[in-house]
Design a protein around this ligand. Sequence first.
Ligand code: SAM
Length: 284
Amino acid sequence: MNIINFDIYKNLLKEKSGLVLTQEKSYLLESRLGPIAKKWNFATFDDMTRALQGVPDQKLVTDIVEAMTTNETFFFRDTRPFDLFKDVVLTKMKDARASQKRLRIWCAAASSGQEPYSIAMILKEAAAQFPGWKFEILATDISHEILAQARAGLYSQFEVQRGMPIQMLMKYFTQVDDKWKISDDVKSMIKYDYFNLLDPLTRLGRFDVVFCRNVLIYFDKDTKAKILDNIAGLLEKDGFLFLGGAETVLGLTNAFQPMKDQRGLYVHPDGPHNAANSAAGALA
Ligand SMILES: C[S@@+](CC[C@H](N)C(=O)[O-])C[C@H]1O[C@@H](n2cnc3c(N)ncnc32)[C@H](O)[C@@H]1O
């Protein structure tokens, strides 16, 4: 791909999704956008690039953005965040929300649903400890296509084998032909919606827990910082943020603090879970 074409796609992706495309990754453009050019009946790549200049068809822009997203995910990915959710977050929230009996969780880059379904299965397993509680999981993504897959809740043998304990598979899935289907009971705990993390977050309401994992890695420093500040604005003071293993808040924002001894879990610096505050509280 020539450098002019590359810059057109690079700028479009940065503006519409935050995705930073480096020259070394330009091969991804050709492999992922080939099928889009075909779908739109462009004879050549240059024809599609020309169609993006001026006032492009927004459906074409959406197709291009969606094709360039990386949707890699799996059930209980990295294990530890889900253990922390069960052992630290739920334990603390059980006391903190004892009177409201309500927990709002946002899965901010939900991909094909494995992450929100993993959260929902943990909540199901813990249900006996939370009688009368209402759990709400909002799962969002920028890709309509991947959200449709998440809503369908149908997974291949390979997908369910990646990270899913066998007893969870037996309990919460049924086999449909050569696929596995998540139970309606688990599915009904999740509301799926389109949401671009570059957009203002205010319409989403407030949350007790946010999972924003393995998506910030695709953005530049300023975009990461802005998204983290926005999340801080809608997370309750005693809430929790989960980031991916290769992501951090350090050097990006002061709106979050890594939770002491709990890798991957972040809290408000002036909230009750920051070790500095607990220490100050203990001394007072
Ligand atoms: C690698 S997946 C991570 C999925 C899951 N959170 C996990 O950790 O397994 C990244 C997801 O982020 C989504 N994404 C990329 N840019 C986005 C944006 N600007 N707003 C919302 N979602 C975005 C992609 O469509 C993709 O499904």
